[in-house]
Ligand binder design. Structure first.
Ligand code: GDP
Ligand code: MG
Length: 213
């Protein structure tokens, strides 16, 4: 009998280069009112499916996804493994779970529904809530249900104004068609990686976000 020794592959510690790829881990939180499409966006991004039924998220669901990012100007390639926390959308819930779920968040996808204006207005409360716990982490504002533009309850000018108020970029997505969904997560990933490494995200994140609206 031949015995083979299997060497355990040494994994580089977090944030250290392996070859020329730097591995990082991060926690991303989905926030926004109920039924704006948070769970649908995560499902579309991680599993590439869309389901018309509304399954109200009970408690929290955590999914994982690896995002490959490049910062050509700094000649850095990053493999970002994100745990994406999908949080139940009740406003009251925010106060109950804030500490547990927002602690350690490194980036936020703040989602509004194009067909319900109040979901855009309510983003302020969500973003303030997260920032109280997680600090001034990168936020990407997402206007979802872009496929329902004929039922839009607010326009691009208002979106820009709200985003400027938060000091964050914004994108319009559709979890139904998939439009701009991977891009949204990539933009946030770029912002997180840039913040973590002290690089400028402007070169990559901002132009993509600007083009999408
Ligand atoms: P959550 O409560 O924020 O997690 O919202 P869900 O992801 O459960 O979505 C709420 C409802 O909106 C469901 O019926 C979805 O099928 C629907 N929905 C989500 N995203 C979109 C979208 O981009 N376009 C359309 N037309 N419907 C969507
Ligand atoms: Mg949900």
């Amino acid at each position: 009998m031949v015995r083979r020794r299997v060497k355990a592959k040494a994994r580089p510690p977090e944030g250290e280069p392996s070859g020329n790829v730097t591995r990082m881990r991060t926690k991303v939180c989905m926030v926004g009112d109920g039924a704006v499409g948070k769970s649908s966006l995560v499902r579309r991004y991680v599993l590439d499916v869309f389901d018309d039924s509304y399954l109200r998220t009970l408690g929290t669901k955590v999914l994982k996804k690896t995002i490959d990012l490049e910062f050509p100007r700094d000649r850095i390639a990053i493999q970002l493994t994100a745990t994406i926390w999908d949080i139940m959308g009740h406003t009251e819930f925010r106060h109950l779970v804030a500490d547990t779920y927002f602690a350690g968040a490194k980036g936020i996808l703040a989602v509004a529904d194009l067909t319900r204006r109040e979901t855009l207005v309510n983003l302020a409360g969500w973003i303030d809530g997260v920032r109280q716990v997680a600090g001034n982490v990168p936020v990407l504002m997402v206007v979802n249900k872009g496929d329902l533009s004929d039922r839009a309850t607010f326009g691009p000018a208002e979106v820009r104004e709200v985003a400027e108020g938060f000091g964050c970029p914004h994108v319009t997505t559709s979890a139904k068609t998939g439009k701009m969904v991977p891009a949204a997560f990539r933009i946030l990933g770029t912002m997180i990686a840039a913040a973590g490494l002290g690089l400028s995200a402007d070169e990559t994140a901002a132009p993509i976000a600007a083009r999408s609206t």
